[in-house]
Design a protein around this ligand. Sequence first.
Ligand SMILES: [Zn+2]
Length: 194
Amino acid sequence: MNEPADTKVWLVPADGRRWRFDPGSVSLAFGYTGDFGHGVEEWESLRGASDLDAWLSERFGPMSAASDSEVLCSAKQLRAAMTSAARAAAVGRPLDAGDVDTINDWASRPALHPHLPGGTTAPTPPTPAQLLATIAHDGVRSLSGARGTIRECTAEDCRLIFLDTSRPQNRRWCSMGRCGGRAKARTHYARHTH
Ligand SMILES: [Zn+2]
């Protein structure tokens, strides 16, 4: 079987201190390669096809082909549909039918094949398109509630979106160290000043 892909991403806020955010699913992690639909051009990290290949192979291992500008363009269409759908899901809005169509279309294409070690032939490394289909599969599972609930960080000034895969379904923060810790400090401060 293939190992589950790493779901963590590096984020660089305005103060420049980058931190590791775990959005809980590889399709949401893929969403964070761009501006997640907020319209901030500087947050784009897939500026060329080689950026896409670097991101994919970092998470899924070696590939059998390189992306071209066409693959990059369709990857960004999948990403836009995924982030738009995730933002809707996080606030309980119905998903846009066009976004759903885009994700379903990708999910219907050949994805990573499961592989049992111990045979006489090595698995063929996947193409970038197969990995995008794999990301779309994850998107379907994440958005359909099969693996948890898509939520927005509870901190008012944060709005990061993640898949809550915790057993009690009670993850409230993008990260305990970042927003969770600040909220605790505020509660503590309020309790001691009133
Ligand atoms: Zn947060």
